[in-house]
Design a protein around this ligand. Structure first.
Ligand code: SAM
Ligand code: DTB
Ligand code: SF4
Length: 331
């Protein structure tokens, strides 16, 4: 039986998380089929519109100025180049285009105006436009919404306790504040985490509990597996096992039946079989292309092969709106 939103206690969530895996996957698959067409996967494209030199010290990130990662910095891209990339993404089958900037926070001025113009033009292509630009004020969130921004990605990454070990230049509370600004502006919230930061299972449960305690459920939950970056404090972390990824996806699917659960970073290390388990457990979105923001990714041809093998088809844009108004998907 599905539980109502916000009715999960920490203890119930821990119990859910520790359900034997096969049973957990089965429950998640059932929930998934009630709310989504299991053969449809949304394909998204990421573009780093401003790369590197970030003042934050996130222990996992290639783009932090605090770590020596050898990453080439890139100032804010021209609007024309971004719109062209979005057009190409659309032609290649993506329905969501996410622009990421290595900023601590958005600052008013020429660059923000330019990002607003990118949002206007990408939105005009009929793509779901998403941005991830760091912290936002309420006024900035409203300006992005007005420009046509559909979604904003801002991850909580892990539980509140472990967060302090990973990032010191901002607080968990700062993240929650931006998420509130995004939601209050009527922008779709994309918020998830990263597995493999050295966190415990309790930290993962705490992350799920925080997500499930937000004033409204996130419409989109990315599940990332750490891509260890040489030169960062977490550069020597071992890759998480696929079983942990599957467990987290299944738990997220059960907690957020209508959300898009996105199998995000780390997919380059997952076999076809492993990705199939993730889809069975309720993941219904991937990023396409041979690069995420700064790290390598499987690429179009490989994904097309997997889609054909599994009989998957790309999902149309703006379906999360219709998913939230449908209680069951006939199939
Ligand atoms: N600067 C903005 C921010 O941090 O909110 C947006 C860009 S940031 C790269 C977007 C998200 O990517 C982070 O919140 C984190 O969850 C994820 N991420 C960054 N580096 C990663 C890595 N090496 N492996 C997995 N996920 C990563
Ligand atoms: C998210 O949760 N995953 C994407 C997107 N949001 C912006 C980013 C993953 C970044 C992986 C590391 C990189 O390529 O630099
Ligand atoms: Fe900056 Fe975002 Fe990377 Fe943190 S995750 S260092 S905020 S780009």
């Amino acid at each position: 039986m599905e539980m109502e939103y916000r009715s999960w206690t920490r203890q119930q969530l821990a119990q859910l998380y520790h359900t034997p895996l096969l049973e957990l996957m089965h429950q998640a698959a059932e929930v998934h089929r009630r709310h989504h067409d299991p053969c449809q996967i949304q394909v998204c494209t990421l573009l780093s519109i401003k790369t590197g030199g970030c003042p934050e010290d996130c222990g996992y990130c290639s783009q932090s100025a605090h770590h020596e990662t050898g990453l080439q910095r890139q100032q804010l891209l021209e609007t024309g180049a971004v719109v062209e990339a979005a057009q190409q993404a659309k032609e290649a089958g993506s329905t969501r285009f996410c622009m990421g900037a290595a900023w601590r926070q958005v600052r008013e001025g020429e660059e923000f105006d330019q990002v607003l113009e990118m949002v206007r033009q990408v939105s005009a292509l009929g793509l779901e436009v998403c941005c991830t630009l760091g912290m936002l004020s309420q006024a900035q969130a409203l300006r992005l919404k007005e420009a046509g921004l559909y979604a904003y990605n801002h991850n909580l990454d892990t539980g509140p306790q472990y967060y302090k070990q990973v990032v010191s230049t901002r607080t968990y509370q700062d993240r929650l504040q931006t998420l509130a600004h995004v939601a209050q502006a009527g922008i779709s919230v994309c918020c998830g985490g990263i597995l493999g930061l050295g966190e415990s299972e309790d930290d993962r449960i705490d992350l799920l509990h925080t997500l499930a305690s937000l004033p409204a459920p996130p419409e989109s939950v990315p599940v990332n597996a750490l891509v260890p970056i040489a030169g960062t404090p977490l550069g020597q972390q071992a890759r998480v096992s696929v079983w942990e990824v599957v467990r987290m996806i299944a738990a997220a699917r059960i907690l957020f039946p209508r959300a898009m659960v996105r199998l995000s970073a780390g997919r380059d290390q997952l076999s076809d079989e492993a990705q199939t388990l993730c889809f069975l457990a309720g993941a219904n979105s991937i990023f396409s292309g041979d690069k995420l923001l700064t790290t390598p990714h499987p690429g179009l041809a490989k994904d097309a092969e997997l889609f054909s093998l599994l009989g998957l088809e790309p999902r149309a844009p703006y379906e999360e709106i219709s998913a939230s108004t449908t209680s069951a998907m006939p199939r």
